[in-house]
Design a protein around this ligand. Structure first.
Ligand SMILES: *Cc1c(COP(=O)(O)O)cnc(C)c1O
Length: 458
């Protein structure tokens, strides 16, 4: 098909929204390492996990052989409220950059939570409801996950308790109010409402919190309140599974026009949007059917892939969660508060960690002001005000497109535009005022985190 026939937006029809999630692990030769019980050092059993998580989600977490898993009808119906998400050809950006590269982005910000997180929030809330639970507890960093979960819980009539990283709670009061509007109970973390919160406050008085702290608090509340389970918005295999709708839709849209990307780029906090976006492409790569260059982009202030260690570690600061083998900066690592937005988690999805370790993908770390320069450029040219997290992917997509301008290569670039930045205007204000700074942890900072890694041979 000739070039000029490709529209600015490639939409799928409602019938083309995926009816099955794709489980990337089924095609991996080296499976992600199992979660370990921190007490015994043995793999967590379904029974042990079901004290913390909903039963059906535990099945999904442990299933690394079933390639396709049916999306229940109720979830499909919910997806129809805001999906399919558009796949956009960034003609305006290409022209402004003067690049021969062809740039596409998959935009997941078309819902009130403003991000891709709703794709997994509705699935997790659905299985909690199906199990007859009263409610769920969770943490939220920048606030998108808490918002998405609040929306899903309101829709299904579940109670929702959110522990919100204190720095975000204070910087983003409007996020908090969106969650409360959807009926969630929101507590700044660390708090004195939990034992682990009190301990963390004693050890680090005045801390602005971290995702790891908030996870510990939310887990404690779930296991001490009957009828509650804990849900997590990223990192876990089940979350990557639900997020595969992003990649499946993107691939279906590209396939309509016979387009094969050379490069797939996404930002990586805990790895859920990236894992979802790349899923069908990585599947083809693993099965030897096609090749793609896959790039994870992380902040230089929290560089799990590029400077972390591939080791078993706790997912939370309180060290009460199972151990996961992943690229990590150590569960005691608390990224600098000056970093805007999400992508502050110390670890990474075990699935993506294994794929990175095995050489199936690359990673780049980018600095905050360079990210906001890309965000501003994108907003002015493509019209969408991007989330700071998403702008990490924009930065690298623009850099790659500019490389093509030098070499004359007509590469096709696909990147994930995970959300909008309306609640990140304090960060945009700093950028506009010229007061934004870059923070890169020193080797000594990182060594402190590594020294606290649990001693496990695996
Ligand atoms: C949460 C979030 C991310 C990072 O989380 P992943 O699990 O790595 O995808 C990226 N972009 C937006 C807009 C988010 O809300």
């Amino acid at each position: 098909m000739s070039e000029n026939k490709i529209p600015y937006k490639i939409y799928l029809s409602e019938e083309e929204i995926p009816k099955k999630w794709y489980n990337l692990r089924a095609d991996m030769m080296n499976k992600p390492a199992p979660l370990l019980n921190p007490g015994t050092g043995q793999p967590m059993t379904a029974e042990e996990l079901s004290g913390v998580f909903c039963e059906e989600l535990v099945q999904q977490e442990l299933d690394d052989t079933t390639p396709y898993i049916d999306i229940p009808q109720e979830i499909q119906d919910f997806y129809k409220m805001y999906r399919p998400a558009p796949l956009v050809r960034a003609y305006c950006l290409e022209k402004a950059l003067g690049t021969p590269a062809k740039i596409y982005y998959k935009f997941e910000g078309n819902n009130t939570s403003g991000s891709h997180k709703l794709n997994s929030a509705i699935a997790q809330a659905y299985y909690a409801k199906k199990q007859g639970l009263k409610g769920v507890t969770t943490e939220t960093g920048a606030g998108q996950w808490g918002t998405a979960l609040s929306m899903a819980c309101a829709y299904l009539g579940l109670d929702c308790k959110v522990y919100m990283v204190k720095v975000s709670y204070e910087q983003k009061p409007f996020r908090r109010e969106v969650m409360r509007t959807y009926g969630a109970d929101v507590t700044p973390s660390p708090s004195t409402t939990t034992e682990v919160g009190k301990k963390i406050l004693e050890a680090h008085p005045g801390t602005t919190g971290s995702l790891g702290c908030a996870i510990s608090e939310a887990v404690e509340v779930a296991v001490t309140h009957p009828g509650y389970r804990y849900v997590l918005g990223s990192v876990l295999n089940q979350v990557l599974l639900h997020q595969s709708v992003i990649g499946l839709e993107a691939k279906a849209a590209l396939d309509k026009y016979g387009i094969k990307p050379d490069m797939v780029i996404g930002c990586a906090g805990g790895g859920s949007n990236l894992g979802g976006l790349i899923a069908p492409f990585m599947g083809e790569k693993l099965r030897g059917e096609a090749d793609y260059q896959i790039i994870a982009v992380e902040p230089a202030s929290c560089p799990s892939f590029t400077r972390g260690k591939f080791a078993y570690d706790f997912c939370d600061t309180g060290m009460i969660c199972p151990l996961a083998k992943m690229y990590t900066l150590g569960s005691s690592f608390i990224p600098s508060a000056n970093h805007a937005g999400g992508l502050r988690f110390h670890g990474m999805s075990t699935t993506l960690s294994q794929l990175y370790h095995d050489g199936y993908m690359e990673a780049r770390a980018v600095e905050q002001t360079a990210v906001f320069e890309a965000a501003e450029q994108f907003a002015r040219i493509e019209g969408i005000l991007p989330a700071p997290e998403s702008s990490h992917a924009i930065r690298v997509a623009i850099d790659e497109a500019l490389k093509c301008k030098e070499t004359g290569e007509e590469k096709t670039i696909l990147f994930g535009l995970t959300g909008t930045g309306y609640f990140d205007l304090v960060a945009y204000e700093q950028f506009n005022n010229g007061t934004m700074t870059d923070y890169i942890p020193s080797d000594e900072d990182l060594e402190a985190g590594f020294a606290a890694l649990p001693k496990i041979e695996a």
